[in-house]
Design a binder for this molecule. Structure first.
Ligand code: ADP
Length: 360
C-alpha cells in the first residue's frame, strides 16, 4: 500500500442533520435489532492527543477503507482516555478534536457511524459484566498494561480493566472485524477469550472479533526504537503545522551506525527510509540512495517531511473548514448514535436476560 493510493477519499461532508439526541429514551426500547446486511466492524480511538502518523497508517487508513465493505462503527473512546487525561475540559476538547480528525481523514457519516463512547454507558455496563467472567491474571498479563506502567501511566484499576472495556466496545455491536494497529493484537486475543468465557457461562451471544491490520501495523516513533504513541511522546501529529512536522522529522533517529555522510546506511532498520514507502512510489530508489551513501540522512528526512506535509495538506484544509462549523461535531455524533442505538439495545436485552439483571 502506498498511503496516497488508497487513503485520500474526498469524503464529502455530511448533509445529514439529526435533531434527536443520542440518549433519547424513545429510541430502541422495544425495537428489534436492525437486520445486519454486511459484516460489522468496530474500532475505537482514544481522545488523548492529536492524531499521529501511527494512528493514521496503522488504523485510520483502514477505518476509511472499510466504510464501503462493512457496516462500520467507529468510537471516540473517552472512557478509555480517562486513564490518562485527568482534566474534564481538556478531555471534552480532545474528544471534539478527534471527531474533526476522523472526518478530515475521510470518515463519512453517511457511510459509517461515528460515536462517542460515553453517550452509551451500556459499554461500561457490559464491561462490568465481562469483569465477572475474567480472571484478574488475564488482564495483568496484557503487554500494553505492562508498557504503560513502565511509561509512568497511573496504575489504576481502569488501566488494568482497559482491554475488558475494549472487548465490550466491540462486541456490544457484535462486530467481527476490528481495524487496529499491531499493539492491539494482544487486546483482541483477550477480547476473544473474554467472549468465549461469557458465551460458555451464559449463552452464545457474541462473535469472536478478529483484528484487521494495515501494511504499517507498527509505526515507530521519532526515536526510531519504540512504537509511536501519544503516551510515549514520540509522535508526528498529522495535522501539525508544516514547520512543526519539519522540525519533528528532522529530529528522527536514523541508522545509528551511519555516523558520517559517506557511511553506507541500512534502510531496512532506518525508520525514515521505511516511512518513505507510504509517501511515494520511488521509495526503493530512496532506500538505494541511503544504502550506497549517494544521499545523506538529512536529504532523506527533508524529502520525507515535505511529502508528509503535502500528503496531509488536503486533509488539513478540510479539517480547518470543518472546525469553522460549530455544529458539525455534535451533529455527526448524533447521527452516529441514531444508527447504533437499536443495535446496542438489542444486544443488551439479550445480555441482561442471559445473566439475570434488570427487569425480567
Ligand atoms: P496511542 O497509542 O497513540 O494512544 P490509541 O491507543 O488511541 O493511540 O490508538 C488508536 C489506534 O491507532 C489503535 O488502533 C492503535 O492500534 C493504532 N496505533 C496507535 N499507534 C500506532 C502505531 N505506532 N503504529 C500502528 N498503529 C498504531
Amino acid at each position: 500500500m502506498a498511503a496516497h493510493d488508497t487513503c485520500v477519499p474526498a469524503g464529502k461532508p455530511s448533509t445529514v442533520r439529526y435533531t434527536r439526541r443520542p440518549m433519547s429514551q424513545t429510541i430502541g426500547a422495544t425495537e428489534p435489532a436492525p437486520p445486519q446486511l454486511r459484516e460489522r466492524v468496530f474500532s475505537g480511538i482514544q481522545p488523548s492527543g492529536a492524531s499521529h502518523l501511527g494512528n493514521y497508517l496503522g488504523a485510520q487508513v483502514n477505518y476509511v477503507a472499510l466504510q464501503d465493505q462493512y457496516e462500520a462503527i467507529y468510537g471516540i473512546v473517552d472512557y478509555h482516555a480517562l486513564t490518562t487525561v485527568h482534566d474534564g475540559a481538556e478531555l471534552r476538547s480532545l474528544t471534539h478534536d478527534m471527531v474533526l480528525d476522523l472526518l478530515a481523514v475521510g470518515l463519512d457519516p453517511d457511510r459509517c457511524a461515528l460515536i462517542r463512547q460515553s453517550d452509551f454507558p451500556e459499554h461500561a455496563e457490559l464491561a462490568w459484566i465481562f469483569n465477572t467472567v475474567t480472571p484478574v491474571s488475564w488482564a495483568e498479563r496484557t503487554p500494553t498494561y505492562k508498557e504503560k506502567k513502565v511509561q509512568g501511566v497511573e496504575n489504576s484499576l481502569g488501566l488494568l480493566d482497559y482491554p475488558i472495556l475494549q472487548a465490550a466496545d466491540i462486541v456490544i455491536y457484535k462486530a467481527s472485524r476490528v481495524p487496529v494497529g499491531k499493539d492491539q493484537a494482544a487486546h483482541l486475543e483477550l477480547s476473544r477469550e473474554v467472549v468465549r468465557a461469557f458465551n460458555r457461562r451464559y449463552a452464545p451471544i457474541f462473535p469472536e472479533p478478529e483484528p484487521v491490520f494495515t501494511e504499517a501495523p507498527t509505526v515507530l516513533g521519532i526515536d526510531g526504537q519504540t512504537k509511536m504513541s501519544k503516551s510515549a511522546n514520540n509522535t508526528i501529529p498529522i495535522f501539525a503545522e508544516p514547520d512543526e512536522i519539519r522540525r519533528l522529522v528532522m529530529s528522527m533517529v536514523t541508522d545509528p551506525l551511519r555516523i558520517k555522510r559517506t557511511d553506507p546506511g541500512r534502510p531496512e532498520i532506518c525508520n525514515v527510509c521505511q516511512l518513505h514507502r507510504f509517501f511515494g512510489s520511488d521509495y526503493l530508489e530512496i532506500q538505494d540512495g541511503e544504502r550506497t551513501a549517494r544521499t545523506g540522512c538529512v536529504d532523506t528526512k527533508q524529502l520525507l517531511a515535505e511529502r508528509i506535509i503535502e500528503f496531509f495538506r488536503p486533509m488539513r484544509e478540510k479539517r480547518a473548514k470543518l472546525a469553522a462549523d460549530p455544529a458539525v461535531v455534535e451533529d455527526t455524533l448524533a447521527a452516529g448514535a441514531v444508527k447504533v442505538r437499536p443495535i446496542l439495545d438489542a444486544t443488551m436485552r439479550e445480555v441482561r436476560a442471559a445473566v439475570g439483571v434488570g427487569r425480567a
